[in-house]
Structures are given as structure tokens and as C-alpha cells.
Design a protein around this ligand. Sequence first.
Ligand code: GLN
Length: 482
Amino acid sequence: MTAHELHNMLVKKEISCADIAESVLSRINRVESKTNSYIRVEKEKMMEEAAAVDEYIGRGGRIGDFTGIPIAVKDNICTKDIITTCASRILKNYIPIYDATVIKKLKEQRYILTGKANMDEFAMGSSNENSYFGNVSNPWDTERVPGGSSGGPAASAAAGEAVCSIGSDTGGSIRQPASLCGVVGFKPTYGAVSRYGLIAFASSLDQIGPLTRDVEDCAGLLNVICGHDENDSTSINRKNPDFKSFLKDDVRNMRIGVPAELMVKEIDAEVKSTVNAALLKLEELGAKVEEISLPNLKYALSVYYIIAPSEASSNLSRFDGVRYGHRNKEAKTLREMYKKSRSEGFGDEVKRRIMIGTYCLSAGYYDAYYEKAQKVRTLIIDDFRKAFKKYDVLISPTSPTTAFKAGEKLDDPLTMYLSDICTIPVNLAGLPAVSIPVGLSPEGSLPIGLQVIGDILREDNVLKAAYNIERAVGFDKKPNIL
Ligand code: GLN
């Protein structure tokens, strides 16, 4: 069930928080050995907290939209007194002494933390095969990947191991796994959600956002987690709208652009045709759909794979064996200690990014790579700016393929990076975007996601389009694992 359905039952006293927690827990017990969605499940705490919330409600406490709702949190978001690993050996024993701002906000709602969800190490990856704590499997077909890097948040929400979840998205890490697992995943405008307490990957791209089973829950969670925070200097200072108020049944005259650069040959035919079918439905509802060109989008992947690793190489320098996490105990000198701690602590993909980033930022290469990438990033932002003068939203596939087999792209980082061809431009421009399931592939019965992109702070248009597509398409399939 969705959070809003459970919320209604809680309000009518047809169900207790303990009932909900128990049911989620029994699902976890049944399928977690197959999905590996979690790095850590908070079994006992979950039941304790549920009982405490029931007591609070019994005393006449206010029942917010997510009061008593079991939610999974990606393991790169700091939870006070609860190990937060970023799926890395280097942070295997890291216990944060504070809560991320999003956690604080969820606690104000009296949510129930199911556990810390699995992910690619430091959120680098598109398949959740880069976790120190093992791969996550896709609940639709356990031989396939759930996408990444929020593989755990997506798989847990899809398999009912949580009612919904919180992930992070630097280049597609909420939307791509949401697409591969058949759930809704929303990346808000850069700065709309505080990054305080999110372990940084690429600070100019990172955003926290929800993964849910429908668009209404997504809007509900945005209401909870968005908002200004003085602890994040990039946080936008605006009054939160009521995101749920945008869930209206009307797309008549909505102007929709379909960027040709996101419908390229790398996109599978079955993905294209499913997305096109959804666009036809929007046209039937009165929306105006046109193909457009954003010529600089074709450079987005190259730009991202310079900027993101550059920022990562700088951000990850704090993991030195002194201030945080894993330290090699045998080293005789300081330099050797750094070297060994980092060599042992980081996995291959993280090392690859640190090396690429260090190279791109080094004297003599900076101008040719990092600075050039920043300039092209501005061209991409300008392309979007122009497009949003004419269109309310842009629509594309979320991922070029459905869920691929585990191991299939592991030896070929470049093919893996292509998974984010449609999602990466959005982060470079700081835009809000959502992925919603719009069908199953005729071949493999695997979910296909559609991406709606909006202008800066135009979550209203994104939610409105997504809500209407959801209703028009009526995706109600359940993963095979159930
Ligand atoms: N898959 C992309 C990467 O590996 C995006 C990851 C993300 O959004 N965190 O960088």
C-alpha cells in the first residue's frame, strides 16, 4: 500500500502503526535474502518506535502524512547513532554524531526508519554492483540489477520492504533505479532539499529526493523534506508550496517538448515505443507535444564524467584514515598510512573516479578538462533555459534500457556510464525531474520509466504532468518477487 492509503487507515483507526511495521518487517524477513536492499535493518527499533507512535496517537497526537510510516534511508545520509557506511569499507564503522536535515524533518513527522538502504559505494554506479556490502537484486527479476546508485531504496520500495524511501541523485541515482524497479523517483531542484548530512559525492550536482509507489506519496514527501536550511549554503530560501496541490487532473494546453538528443539510437526500441505511447495519451488529454532539439545535450555525459569525478576527488580526500573510518594499522610512516588506508578502504570504481578527477584538476590539465567542462555545462544550462521559454515540461525515457543482467556491464565502465545519458543533463542544469513507471517491456516483462523534466523550481509542472500520466497509463503491476 502507499503511504497515503495507510495514513487514511491510521486516521480512521482501522490499523495501528505496529500493524504497519509488523507487515513491513514480515516482508523484509521474506524477501531481503533475495534483494539485499539493506545494509542494516532496524528490526527492534522499528517495532519500538511504532509502539511509541501508537501511544502518541492514542494521546491525541497529530497524525502527519508520514507519521508511523516505515521509510528506508539510503546509507549516505547521516543518521545519529546509527552506522552510516556509504556502502564503503572506509566508513564501515562510521557512527554519525548528528542527523541530516532530512532525517530531522522526517523525525518531526514521527516516521519509522526501516533501515539503511544499500547503494553503490559513495553513490558511484548505475547497477548497485559497487557496494562493499554486496549487490542488490531487482525485485522483478533477481538475476538483474536494480539500477544505481540508489539500488537499495528503489528495490526496497518496489518489494514492499519499506513503504517508500529516501535516496540521492547526482547524475540519475534516484530516477534510473526507480525506472528499473517500477517505482516513482523524484530529484528536486538543486537547493530545494538541504544536503546537510548527505555524504558528499559531487556537491554541485547532489540532491536528496523520494522514491515512492505513486506520485501522490512523492508530493507528500517533498512537502516534508524540502525547505531552506542555513546549514547548507546552497539551499534555496523560498516558502515551500504545498506540493500536493499540484496533483490536478488537467494537462489541457500543457506544452511538452521531447528532446531529440534524449531519443537517440542508444535508447532501446521497446523503451521508445512505451514512452511514445504515454505521450500519445497526453496528447489525447489535450497537451501539445512537439519534438525539439537541445544541441548541447550530446556533450552532457562527457561533461559530467569530468565535473563529477573532479568534485569527488576533492570531497573524498577527507577519508584519510585519520579523521574518519578505516585506518591501516601496520603502516610505518604517515604517507604509507594514507596510502594503505585509502587503497584498502575504497573500491575500484571509487578509485577510478578519484584518479580521473585528480587528473582533470591537475596543473596543466585543468584548463583543458575541468574548465572546459564548466563552460560546456553553461551551454547545456542555456539550452534548457531556451527550451523552457516555450515548454512547460520536457519528456524523455529515464533509462535507455530496462534492467540489465548482473555482471553484464561490470567490465565496461563506459557502457555502464551510458545508463545515465537521459538523467545526467538534468543534474548539470540543477532542474527538477521525476521518473514514473509507464509500462512493462513486451520482451522481458520489466518496468519502463518515463522522465518528466521541469524548469528550476517548477516542481508544480513536473508533478502535474506526472500525475496525469500516471492516471492515464494506470501502471498497477507488481514485481515477481511478491
Ligand atoms: N550513475 C551515475 C554515476 O555513477 C550517477 C550516480 C548518482 O547519481 N549518484 O556517477
